[in-house]
Write a protein that binds this ligand. Structure first.
Ligand code: CO
Ligand code: ZN
Length: 331
């Protein structure tokens, strides 16, 4: 599997939090040849099992994304929307959006709004309808939309919306393809509703009941002009091994294990701390009596904007690290 082509296929399948079905079907199709068993749990998480001996290891990536949900249709035909996850009106302003049924629109701010302090209530989605009646033929209250922008490359970099966390889904799928003989019972879990509060990961961790878990997600960087230093990673620096974010202090054994594997296989790595922002790791470590949890992070610029940017070599390092982790000894 080619990581870029997998990413493009996943992003074409719609799916903000609450509507991950299209993405899930695509992941299931791609995972099928390498899996012993695939189930979808009650909340909609996709759990891909590959049989192996010994303890149960879980690797996860979330397949949902941020987006908007229609809450009001105004008589002039404009839509007002609520947010699904941490989407910022300022960052979304003037972005093209698309609905699952193919309807397209633009997310626009009211002209009089103070752009620096732009609120969601001061924005609307224009789907080209001239009246509420016309608009209702196209969308309903409760329909969701996502950024309508394709994935592009620029040198070794990939740019576009929803690298968070579809790039990590692609990393797990590429890792799955490489895992010939897992050293453990392996569950690759593609979770739902991460962006609205780590909800899918919580039930998936109960379902799988893992001994150890590694969460793959994007992470904030500290490599652009005027950086607020929320992150520690940089693009091109390799796979980032999570030490901490606002949801978790990673289990030291998992951090050490990942670093040791990377060192032994000459996989480039860096350390990842996010001063704010969490991941599924935070929910999983608190399941059952606690799960030893860590993370492999893909450094990413402009997270949650329509133009996220990551380095494909970093993503490939994450594939190698995840695959090596699944095949190597834990102790
Ligand atoms: Co996110
Ligand atoms: Zn994420």
């Amino acid at each position: 599997m080619d990581i870029l082509s997998v990413l493009k296929q996943l992003n074409a399948a719609h799916g903000p939090s609450g509507d991950e079905g299209g993405v899930r079907a695509k992941i299931e199709e791609l995972a099928r040849p390498y899996a012993d068993e695939i189930i979808t749990d009650t909340l909609g998480n996709l759990i891909v099992h590959k049989k192996g001996p010994g303890p149960w290891v879980m690797l996860t990536a979330h397949m949902d994304s941020i987006g908007f949900i229609v809450t009001h249709i105004e008589k002039e035909g404009f839509l007002r929307v609520g947010r699904l996850g941490g989407v910022s009106p300022k960052e979304a302003a003037y972005s093209a959006v698309r609905f699952k049924n193919g309807v397209r629109g633009v997310f626009a701010p009211e002209e009089k709004a103070d752009f620096g302090k732009l609120k969601l209530d001061e924005c609307f989605v224009d789907i080209g309808a001239g009246s509420d009646e016309e608009a209702r033929k196209l969308v309903q209250v409760g329909d969701t939309c996502v950024y309508d922008r394709s994935i592009r490359t620029c040198g070794g970099r990939v740019m576009g919306p929803y690298l968070d966390d579809r790039l990590a889904c692609a990393v797990l799928l590429c890792a799955l393809e490489r895992i010939k003989e897992p050293a453990y019972n392996l569950s690759l879990v593609f979770t739902v509703q991460e962006e609205v509060g780590l909800r899918g990961a919580r039930t998936a961790a109960w379902w799988v009941d893992p001994d150890i878990c590694v969460v793959v997600d994007v992470t904030d960087v500290d490599d652009t002009p005027g950086s607020e230093k929320n992150g520690t990673a940089r693009l091109g620096g390799g796979a980032a091994i999570k030490v901490m974010d606002s949801s978790i202090i990673c289990h030291p054994e998992v951090v050490a294990k990942l670093e040791e594997i990377a060192k032994s296989q000459s996989i480039p790595i860096q350390r990842d701390i996010m001063r704010s922002g969490g991941t599924d790791a935070g929910a999983i470590q608190n399941a059952h009596y606690g799960v030893k949890t860590g993370g492999i992070s893909i450094p990413c610029r402009y997270i949650h904007t329509p133009a996220e940017a990551a380095d494909l070599q970093d993503a490939k390092a994450c594939v190698l690290l995840a695959a090596a982790f699944a095949q190597g000894p834990l102790a």
